[in-house]
Design a protein around this ligand. Structure first.
Ligand code: MG
Length: 390
């Protein structure tokens, strides 16, 4: 199924009081528009995008639109938001089945919300993200025509039935075509679809999916961006470990017992790969290090398997809402050769972390006879892990 996203970014943000279009202001170092566009470019259900920009910008669009990872057309917007959507809709391919429309001023729509809105529109024809009212809802009337700013409560509405519409809003292509053809005033496309006689499904919105409307919204957006940053960028961590090699000890590397005359000396099973990967995951999650969580002075960890510690570290990261994106490790050992054991190590490490084996890379090298590792007195490992918000 082909899905096209329309990003409505042509507004001037009159309520903002800044001469620049507000969608070009930065949140956590990125323009608001880039946040919004990236959410759709990175979404697996989206095939292509059409972005409606202010006239003067559409001729010279920013690089994150011209070099996006998915086809991204730019059109000049119109006088009203709905005119911009009409301009953008003309660029939507006949092959597209679902069109999802989003306000550039909402930089934090989650992938889950985008996916649920698309799924609901696929089933019902039209769907809009919306938040059920939490506060008591009053309908009001102006006190008098001479005091249009003074309001008097006309009635209290049952808040259970009041929803505040957000974007994304998604539509079957024919439903959106009917809606836009109406050409009546509306602040969103769901209103047009209702007027055109279509049933519009509500999809539970997100409180973090704020619309940046006034300068007071910027600090709130910065705070949300702070917690959202790992979602979009991932966080990297490094790990390193070394154990001495002695006779009479088993050699466990990446959870695999390697036939060898000498093994790694340590309080636990002295598995350098597992220990380095454990530290990389803890580091990426900013959770300290292996010695802090599993101190060798604690009898609980005497003889502990490296795979067990690794699995506990992945669990600690999961407790922070983080999953492991991928791991890459290099083990350095002079002898024996590890090549034939690499796949078994990758499977064991992936299993301990709880990810597919395709996310775990392990490489083996020698130290060319140099230093303690090269003389066969020690084994060492380096690792990098990437974690991201689940
Ligand atoms: Mg160690």
């Amino acid at each position: 199924m082909r899905v096209t996203a329309i990003i409505a970014a042509a507004g001037r943000g009159k309520r903002f009081g800044d001469p620049r279009p507000k969608q070009l202001l930065s949140i956590a170092g990125r323009p608001i528009l880039e946040w919004s566009v990236t959410a759709f470019v990175e979404h697996p259900s989206i095939n292509d995008l059409v972005v409606a920009l202010p006239d003067d910008l559409s001729g010279n669009p920013p690089v994150y639109l011209t070099h996006a990872a998915k086809p991204c057309r730019v059109v000049p917007g119109g006088a009203r938001r709905q005119d911009s959507v009409v301009h953008a809709f003309r660029e939507v391919s006949d092959q597209t089945e679902i069109v999802v429309i989003h306000d550039a001023a909402r930089p934090f729509a989650s992938a889950d919300l985008i996916g649920r809105t698309i799924a609901a529109a696929t089933e019902s024809g039209a769907a809009v993200a919306a938040l059920q009212a939490r506060d008591t809802v009053k309908r009001a009337l102006p006190r008098s025509s001479s005091q249009p700013e003074a309001w008097i409560v006309a009635e209290t509405l049952p808040r259970e039935s009041v929803f505040l519409a957000q974007t994304p809003q998604a539509f079957r292509r024919d439903v959106l075509r009917d809606a836009l053809a109406l050409n009546v005033e509306a602040t969103d496309e769901a209103t047009l679809a209702e007027r055109a006689g279509h049933r519009v499904r509500l999809v539970e919105g997100e409180t973090s999916n704020i619309k940046i409307t006034t300068p007071e919204d910027l600090p709130i957006a910065e705070a949300i961006a702070g917690s959202a940053a790992p979602v979009r960028t991932g966080r990297a961590g490094t790990g390193y470990d070394l154990h001495r090699l002695v006779e009479g000890r088993p050699l466990i590397v990446g959870g695999v017992a390697i036939p060898s005359a000498r093994g790694a000396l340590g309080h636990s099973d002295a598995d350098v790969v597992c220990h380095a990967v454990t530290d990389a995951i803890l580091g990426a999650a900013c959770l300290g290090d292996i010695g802090q969580h599993f101190p060798d002075s604690d009898p609980r960890w005497k003889g502990a398997s490296g795979l067990d510690l690794l699995s506990r570290a992945a669990g600690l990261a999961a407790g922070q809402g983080l999953e492991v994106g991928n791991v890459d490790a290099t083990v350095i050992l002079e002898t024996p050769k590890l090549r034939e054991h690499i796949d078994a190590m990758r499977r064991a490490v992936a299993n301990a972390i709880g990810v597919d084996v395709s996310r775990v890379s392990i490489k083996a090298k020698t130290n060319e006879g140099m230093d303690a590792v090269g003389r066969g007195e020690a084994i060492s490992a380096h690792a990098v892990a990437l974690v991201r918000r689940r």
